[in-house]
Design a protein around this ligand. Structure first.
Ligand code: NAG
Ligand code: NAG
Ligand code: NAG
Ligand code: NAG
Ligand code: NAG
Length: 457
């Protein structure tokens, strides 16, 4: 190669690098029961944080995203979960800020006024249209790791009649994704940890022999492991038992009980260790910002008066600016994550066995517990549940999240169920992001939660 052409070749190479580096992040794909880095074929484990600073879309302020992404990178996070976005906004700046920091996004497709309701389950074109808008907006980003068709649609032990509507939503979002020629962005559901419905709910979401009707992944908002506990005592051994042999990826979409501060995040060693890493794909810690619920990993400044107002202040907290780690929780999580780097399995070694995984059987109908006929077709678009569907759904409206096992102490089980619900659907910024009908259902749950009231008072 003559010197001039070498120079030209070299400069083209440099230009090419610069242009592609802007958005050069490998996509994540779901194969069998695991996630993979599509570029290297390495298994991908989620080390995530829930990121919703206020009720507003957190992915529009590029400067803020850059500040947060840098500190998340220092924490060792590779994923954020966002509960509410506005599909009409421009997300380019934030999505590249996170991509540049090696951070992926799982985003909820539901919005304030569009979500599936447990109290009146329905799946219709208004919901589908709004879910499609969010998918259209975000599918362009290579660091979109997956989408949720619902967050805690089922909130109580008698909510099983809503499960088919969640599954119908996933079916139609997947069909839309494929019809548009988008890449196979994983479509899943984030479930409340309701002991009475486990493992039926989880099995149901992945039990169809036609994979177009199954979720691409399932995830659990679980607050079972509080403070100093063990794999057995926390209830995690039961979660593991229930997930063994599962045919799609499963992970914690919220995690991080805070009833025994400071948080040491001991459970991460089980999730990313020998006990669970062969089955589970990681965890998303609730949550980035410190607000009244006390789950924050960072704060943007000292708390201010509850009645203070200002553009950067919401409910007594500064919600914008330079993030400062909350001590010692932030460094505890950073240290524990730094020691946990499971290698998992390489895609090339896994593909053959992935093709032989058979879905677990659809759960049998059990009156008063699991009121879903395993042989019934999924709801069609426009279908709503009728009273006869709920005729047998007369089980207790109370819910016991948490381990609910005799091995877990009842005190910690109560605490984790109330706090779990608080973080997942009531006190958290995510709570306000649920549809109004869903909010009513959650309010019903709250009323039923004597444990919650006991904790709150
Ligand atoms: C994915 O693989 C590429 C190499 O092909 C690597 O550069 C990148 O860091 C990997 N991403 C993750 C999240 O491991
Ligand atoms: C949903 O809420 C948004 C913002 O509050 C509003 O602009 C939109 O019209 C609402 N959509 C429906 C279908 O009610
Ligand atoms: C699988 O399910 C999809 C979505 O419901 C449907 O369109 C397709 O016809 C089904 N395939 C088979 C072989 O039944
Ligand atoms: C699932 O977990 C429950 C406890 O939550 C346990 O009673 C049950 O035996 C487990 N089922 C399976 C199939 O492992
Ligand atoms: C579940 O129980 C609650 C409280 O008893 C009740 O209000 C609700 O209607 C029940 N839901 C179903 C689907 O039966």
């Amino acid at each position: 190669m003559s010197p001039p052409s070498l120079v030209r070749w070299a400069s083209l190479f440099v230009l090419g690098m610069t242009a592609s580096q802007v958005s050069a992040i490998a996509t994540i794909s779901a194969v069998g029961a695991k996630f993979f880095n599509s570029s290297s074929g390495d298994q991908f484990y989620i080390k995530g944080v829930a990121y919703q600073l206020t009720d507003d879309d957190p992915l529009v302020d590029e400067d803020q995203c850059k500040l947060d992404a840098a500190l998340m990178q220092e924490l060792g996070a590779n994923t954020i979960r966002v509960y509410h976005v506005d599909p009409n906004e421009n997300h380019d700046g934030c999505m590249s800020a996170f991509a540049d920091a090696g951070i992926y996004l799982f985003v909820d497709l539901e919005t304030y006024n569009t979500s599936i309701s447990q109290s009146a389950p329905e799946w219709d074109s208004k919901l589908l249209d709004s879910y499609e808008k969010v998918l259209d907006t975000f599918q362009v980003y290579d660091n979109l790791a997956g989408v949720f068709v619902g967050n805690e649609v089922l909130t109580t032990a008698n909510g099983s009649w809503a499960a088919p509507y969640v599954k119908a939503a996933a079916r139609d979002v997947k069909a839309y994704r494929d019809s548009k020629g988008y890449r196979e962005i994983p479509v899943g559901y984030a479930a409340a940890d309701i002991a009475e419905l486990r493992p039926m709910l989880q099995d149901y979401m992945a039990c169809s022999t036609n994979s177009s009707e199954d979720l691409d992944f399932f995830s659990l908002n679980a607050y079972e492991w509080c403070g100093d506990n063990t794999y057995e005592g926390s209830g995690y051994s039961e979660l593991q038992k229930n997930a063994t042999g599962y045919s799609i990826p499963i992970f914690f979409s919220e995690d991080g009980c805070n009833t025994s501060p400071p948080r040491t995040f001991e459970d991460q060693s089980a999730i990313f260790g020998d006990e669970m890493a062969d089955t589970w794909s990681g965890a998303i810690i609730y949550e980035w910002i410190q607000v009244a619920n006390g789950y924050g990993l960072i704060s943007y400044g000292p708390s201010v008066s509850a009645t203070a107002t200002g553009s950067d202040i919401s409910d007594g907290f500064t919600v914008k600016g330079t993030p400062t780690p909350i001590s010692p929780d932030f460094s505890n999580l950073k240290s524990v994550w730094a020691t946990l780097t499971p290698t998992g399995v390489a895609l090339s070694d896994y593909t053959a066995s992935a093709s032989t995984i058979t879905p677990l059987a659809c759960p049998a109908e059990t009156s008063g517990v699991w009121n879903v006929d395993p042989s019934a077709a999924l709801p069609t678009l426009g279908q709503a549940a009728t009273v006869s569907d709920s005729a047998s759904a007369t089980g207790s409206g109370s819910s016991s999240s948490g381990s609910g096992t005799s091995s877990g102490s009842s005190a910690s089980s109560t605490a984790s169920s109330s706090k779990g619900a608080a973080a997942a659907g009531i006190v958290s910024p995510g709570a306000g992001l649920l549809g109004s009908t869903n909010a009513v259902a959650i309010y019903g749950t709250l009323v039923a939660f004597t444990g919650f009231m006991a904790w709150w008072l």
